[in-house]
Design a binder for this molecule. Structure first.
Ligand code: TYM
Length: 328
């Protein structure tokens, strides 16, 4: 069957993937494979903007590949590769930087947040991060980019950069990508407050054991106004309830919605029910992950093969880009 177009997305190999990555992005990566040519990239170069040592980069890259394969990315159909295996992206990044006004980069909320997070390491790579991300996307003539809502400003930036580049060089070589979010868009961490992320240590990794997952779920912050089990709670502002709506059957969700409001069910019980349902949902993922983990050479081979297929596309697009720019 002819596919509708190309999908591209990427994630930084900072560790194992968590529920935020899964609900905000990975579910779309998997679903979109049915109708699109999909290219999924482990962006190890982007990770260098925040990591202090490259010691764990290779291991983290491998772990991320395991997470994605276990979640359902099919390497026979889609391209799964590592960013640094396609050096053309660095070249395109440089060209795109020439049509990028500096003020646009310094104004981006994501850059400002990074400055706050790591004031001791405000490197040039952080500033150019969205330019490299744009290069990732346009190098594959991407139509759709599935990402969480936090990445939306970067996709808008990519669209503007494509317009500037095409206008400046009188070409249509680059394509403006559309963004695609899941229904959840932004997953809140176990603190019940901030976006789930590894750097805030408020995350639940998909590859935890069932026991570790339950322990983490028990730490989740619920309605702060509910001090005792006998106090009625408000599911509308409770992150555990939000998760129940995603992972639990309708009957159970309805029961919790009613009972929580009249203190008929306590937070611990509610969390244990969620942990049980989450563990059940993740069971096949964990089994598949363990299976891939037992065949590391095969996983490496998938990444090498993906890199070759990605590079073949990238090299063709770069010919077009250089021609448009009148470069040899
Ligand atoms: P990264 O590694 O921070 O996250 C990977 C994907 O997971 C999504 N995500 C979330 N979604 C909802 N709720 C959360 N709490 C949550 N945490 C993470 C992110 O939105 C993302 O989709 N800049 C990108 C990587 C990148 C990229 C690209 C993405 C580089 N080049 C090209 C798309 C296209 C990033 O740092 O994602």
């Amino acid at each position: 069957m002819a596919k509708k177009g190309r999908v591209f997305s990427g994630a930084r190999p900072t560790g194992r993937q968590h529920l935020g990555n899964y609900l905000g992005a990975i579910q779309n990566y998997v679903d979109l494979q049915k109708e699109y040519d999909c290219v999924y990239c482990i962006v190890d170069v982007h990770a260098l903007t925040t990591v202090e040592t490259t010691q764990e980069l290779q291991q983290n890259t491998f772990e991320m590949a395991l997470d994605w394969l276990a979640a359902g990315i099919r390497p026979d159909e889609s391209i799964l590769f590592v960013q640094s295996h396609v050096p053309e992206v660095m070249e395109l990044h440089t060209y795109l930087s020439m049509v990028t006004p500096l003020g646009k980069l310094t104004d981006l909320p994501t850059f400002k947040e990074k400055i706050r997070q790591q004031p001791e390491n405000v490197n040039y790579g952080l500033l150019g991060y969205p330019v490299l991300m744009t290069a990732d996307i346009v190098l594959y003539k991407t139509d759709i980019v599935p990402v969480g809502i936090d990445q939306a400003p970067h996709i808008e930036f990519a669209r503007e950069t494509v317009r500037s580049f095409n206008y400046r060089f009188g070409t249509k070589a680059l394509i403006e990508p559309d963004v695609k979010h899941t229904e959840v868009k932004k997953v809140v961490g176990i603190d019940g407050k901030d976006k789930m992320s590894k750097s805030l240590n408020n995350h639940i990794e998909l590859a935890l054991t069932a026991e570790e997952t339950t322990k983490r779920v028990r730490e989740m912050v619920t309605d702060p106004a509910r001090m005792r089990k006998t106090d009625p709670g408000n599911p509308d502002i409770c992150n555990v309830f939000t998760m129940h709506k995603i992972f639990s059957e309708k009957e159970e969700v309805d029961m919790i919605n009613t009972e929580c409001r009249k203190a008929g069910i306590g937070c611990v019980d509610c969390k244990l029910r969620f942990a049980g349902n989450l563990n059940k949902h993740l069971e096949p993922f964990r089994a598949k992950r363990a299976d891939f983990a037992s065949r590391p050479a095969e996983v490496q081979e998938i990444l090498v093969d993906g890199g070759k297929r990605a590079r073949a596309i990238a090299q063709d697009v770069m010919k077009e880009v250089r021609a448009a720019m009148k470069l040899p």
